[in-house]
Write a protein that binds this ligand. Structure first.
Ligand code: B12
Ligand code: SF4
Ligand code: SF4
Length: 265
């Protein structure tokens, strides 16, 4: 039985490698003999296939960011960041407006474990193709996400997307694979909206509009948020953890997505 499993896994790995190898002309690099390299057009194919595979594996949003404007040591000298987002189910988020729920806590763990599998999958896939890839980075996921064109930083201090608002969690992968990066997002689309800042039970959100020069502490008071989130988790589901999420739930973009889904069933 074990033999069949191992043979199956090896076959799958070989199939994947051959599938990608067909897309990319293989040229040997003298210093790294087994490395694959790709030309301009193939970088588009590689990008599309990495994105498609991640979506097929369960990602809800995938974006590629050019990180070269950021310090070398923050990105292990790797030029690209892949941002992967997984959304919470709409019912879970609409249920946390008053207090965080046990369901929200359970989904927090589920979404994190999905993100972990997706990031590992991306690393393994890229490494098999001969590229460097790692999930170890001191860069915040939200920075990679704005570079990857996935969304902007809201007055909530969260990443806000047009498709799902902020009801997503994030992971990222750094790589030297020659991918095609999206246009970065450098400005907030929150405008005059103040819904999240007014709704935060800790008064932790200043209402400051983000751009890439605005520091997090100008938007969010992390101590106030942490303290309130622990209190609310205890009241909501009896576990002292920093899970509140009211700013996710009330965001107009999150609400728009929840309502759209309701309309279409
Ligand atoms: C630490 C942390 C916290 C702590 C902070 C405590 C502390 N003392 O630091 C606390 C407990 C407050 C917290 C709370 C929450 N968190 Co939190 N947290 C993190 C964590 C692990 C690190 C964030 C961090 O320190 N970043 C460093 C600071 C400087 O950057 P930042 O805050 O990420 O964002 C700035 C940069 O991204 C910058 N930026 C963006 N683009 C660009 C581009 C350029 C060129 C430049 C220069 C800068 C720049 O702008 C942002 C604002 O200044 C991240 C996961 C991760 N590894 O990124 C999750 C993370 C940010 N948290 C997340 C979530 C969901 C929450 C909570 C909702 C949890 C809850 N309570 O229910 C709240 C929301 C609070 C809020 N309104 O933001 C999600 C956000 C998802 C999203 N949609 O944005 C993340 C990404 C986790 C994940 N894997 O998805 N969190
Ligand atoms: S997680 Fe809760 S306490 Fe923290 S900023 Fe959001 S609404 Fe405020
Ligand atoms: S609620 Fe309004 S201000 Fe807050 S993040 Fe969403 S759009 Fe921006």
């Amino acid at each position: 039985m074990l033999g069949y499993c191992l043979a199956g896994m090896a076959g799958f790995a070989l199939w994947r490698l051959r599938r990608y190898s067909n897309l990319i002309p293989i040229t040997k690099n003298k210093s790294e003999p087994d490395r694959l390299t790709a030309s301009g057009t193939d970088s588009n194919s590689l990008t599309e296939h990495i994105k498609e595979e991640l979506i097929r594996q369960g990602a809800d949003l995938v974006g590629i960011g050019d990180l070269t404007e950021l310090p070398n040591n923050s990105r292990s000298s790797l030029p690209f960041g892949i941002c992967v987002a997984v959304k919470y189910p709409k019912e879970v988020i609409s249920g946390i407006i008053d207090l965080p729920t046990r369901e929200y806590y359970d989904w927090y763990n589920t979404v994190n474990s999905r993100l972990h599998s997706l990031a590992t999958f991306a690393v393994v896939t890229l490494e098999k193709l001969g590229y460097k890839a790692t999930t170890r980075t001191s860069l915040p996921h939200k920075t990679i996400a704005t570079r990857a064109g996935i969304g902007w930083i809201g007055k909530s201090a969260l990443l806000v997307t047009e498709s799902y608002g902020s009801m997503i969690r994030l992971s990222s992968i750094l790589t030297d694979a020659p991918l095609t990066a999206a246009a970065p997002i450098n400005q907030s689309k929150c405008g005059d909206c103040m819904i999240c800042a007014n709704a935060c039970p800790a008064g932790a959100l200043s209402g400051r509009l983000w751009n890439t020069t605005v520091q997090r502490n100008e938007i969010l008071d992390t101590s106030k948020c942490s303290a309130m989130a622990i209190k609310r988790s205890v009241r909501g589901f009896g576990i002292p953890i920093e899970l509140c999420g009211k700013c996710i739930a009330v965001c107009q973009y999150t609400q728009q997505y929840i309502k759209e889904l309701r309309k279409t069933g």
